[in-house]
Design a protein around this ligand. Structure first.
Ligand code: BES
Ligand code: ZN
Ligand code: ZN
Length: 517
């Protein structure tokens, strides 16, 4: 007698951050689950078609799985899952997940690969339902794209319970049967990269201070030996560099600033021009003297999302041994009000000598990035990409659908766009018109004003125009990730919490540059 139950995907607030976790040892070996794929039924088909792995499995159990699937209710829709019990002695629970037509491919209107995206969603739903049944080991069908399957599994199982006394049962995820190991492993690395960014972004600001952030990345990166170099620059170094804009933000806080500099030397030619990644690293943004309203201020612990995704991308590039040179820069500090804090109307001088009137201390991200961008140019980069939770206006414009990209380079735009279609972590091009430049250069006391003349209108665009004043590189892109910083339930395989977006797109972009794709 086979038991059958329709699986409801419960709203999960926590998901595991690693591949392996501990659980009750007595339960370990016998509690093994399996996730298998089945394609959504097309009009003329009499029954649902299994993936290769599911077909092999069904054959092993003399067609019991297909029989159960047929009698269990209406045909399984893509992204949904259903659990069957006792079908196979090694797998007490089997989650069958609904997949899209494998011919669906890239959708021009949606700007992503429907098949990959659906595999991520379906596998994540299957893994979560098995985790909710307290299984400790889950094997996953590659579903025709093992990288996407591994990403779905590990992203879907991530949860942040580091600070809870009672932890959720941990799950070990493994590829099932003849899944192509290299593609699976690549998916694991991409997902673990994004999960590292999520971990840093979700952590409270009293835990992830600038120094703690830098230490965490140093620990993750130094395992790659002489291919990497980590430099944690101190306040004295920042002063020597003449980074007056960065210091004007950090000076309101008791926490010392850190300028984190990561070198990944993956190219066989160490003199190869590096890709420069720069991330906004405000470990807490209170707004400073231009204090933010208290509602949702806690979310500003993730205002280092740019630094988190950039550093996680460097760590992932090292893990994947990508053959290119990357330098990651993260100006890290808090934005706090105090007797020492910058006041509205103060004028500060950036590393390149430009003067800035700080009319709103809450527009601090562009100040720390201004100095980091000046410094980035000293490495003669092949391209500069900065990533920042820069403006609430970006969230108003695109919401969490896509990262906004402002760039002076059609080539760079194409590279980033292509990468995002593969990862499903989308980007969308935004304008860099002189129209916006005029609004930040029209300033009473200094060369630039840190908020546009009409502060609310086109806020994401004026912020980008401000950054451009510190760029001379012909291939530069600014990614505003304020809208994609957190997830409620929009991206089904991420669940609720800080998203770690767009780490996988950065990694895919770097990989394409490395292999000249
Ligand atoms: N960190 C915020 C932007 C932000 C808002 C990120 C919501 C993620 C979610 C940034 O420092 C900020 O406060 N920007 C101001 C700029 C304004 C004062 C010109 C904003 O967007 O309101
Ligand atoms: Zn701010
Ligand atoms: Zn901010």
């Amino acid at each position: 007698m086979f038991l059958l139950r329709r699986a409801a995907v419960l709203p999960v607030l926590r998901s595991n951050c690693c591949r392996t976790f501990c659980s009750s040892p007595s339960l370990q070996m016998e509690r093994k689950g399996l996730v298998l794929g089945v394609f959504e039924k097309k009009g003329e088909e009499s029954s649902q078609r299994f993936t290769k792995a599911a077909e092999v499995f069904d054959h092993k159990v003399s067609g019991k799985l297909s029989e159960l699937l047929k009698i269990s209710g209406p045909s399984l829709k893509k992204g949904k899952s259903r659990v069957f019990y006792g079908v196979h002695k090694d797998f007490p629970c089997v989650a069958v997940v609904g997949l899209d037509d494998p011919a669906a491919g890239v959708c021009g209107a949606e700007n992503w690969d429907l098949v990959k995206e659906n595999i991520r969603e379906a596998v994540s739903a299957g893994c979560q339902v098995l985790r909710d049944l307290e299984l400790t080991h889950v094997e996953v069908d590659g579903c025709g794209d093992p990288q996407a399957a591994a990403e779905g599994a590990l992203l879907g199982l991530f949860y942040y319970d580091c600070l809870k006394s009672k932890k959720k049962a941990k799950v070990t995820v493994l590829p099932h049967d003849s899944v192509e190991a290299a593609a699976w492993e690549k998916g694991v690395q991409y997902a673990e990269g994004q999960n590292l960014a999520r971990l840093l972004m979700e952590a409270p600001a009293n835990h992830i201070t600038p120094s703690a952030f830098a230490k965490t990345i140093e620990e993750r990166l130094t395992q790659y030996g002489d291919r990497v170099l980590v430099q944690k620059r101190s306040q004295a170094w920042i002063e020597e560099q003449g980074m007056g804009a960065f210091l004007s933000v950090s000076k309101g806080s008791e926490e010392p600033p850190v300028f984190l500099e990561l070198h990944y030397k993956g190219s066989p030619d160490s003199a190869d021009a590096p890709l420069l990644l720069v991330g906004k690293g405000i470990t807490f943004d209170s707004g400073g003297i231009s204090l933010k309203p208290s509602a949702s201020m806690d979310m500003m612990r993730a205002d280092m999302g740019g630094a988190a995704t950039v550093c996680a991308a460097v760590v992932t590039a090292a893990a994947l041994n990508l053959p290119l040179n990357i330098i990651g820069l993260a100006p890290l500090c808090e934005n706090m009000p105090s007797g020492k804090a910058t006041k509205p109307g103060d004028v500060v001088t950036a590393k390149n000598g430009k003067t800035i009137q700080v009319d709103n201390t809450d527009a601090e991200g562009r100040l720390i990035l201004a100095d980091a961008l000046c410094y980035a140019h000293t490495f003669k980069p092949r391209a500069v990409v900065n990533v920042a939770t820069l403006t609430g206006a970006m969230d108003v414009a695109l919401g969490s659908a896509a990262t906004g990209v402002f760039t002076n380079s059609d080539w760079l735009w194409e590279q980033l766009h292509k990468a995002s279609v593969v990862t499903g972590d989308r980007v969308w091009r935004m304008p860099l018109f002189q129209h916006y430049t005029r609004q930040v250069t029209d300033c009473q006391l200094a060369d630039l004003n840190n908020i546009g003349k009409y502060s609310r209108s086109g806020g994401a665009c004026t912020a980008a125009a401000f950054l451009r004043e510190f760029v001379t590189a012909p291939h530069w892109a600014h990614l505003d990730i304020a809208g994609v910083m957190s997830n409620k339930d929009e991206i089904p395989y991420l669940k609720k919490g800080m998203s770690g977006r767009p780490t996988r797109t950065l990694v895919e972009f770097a990989a394409a540059l490395a292999y000249n794709k």
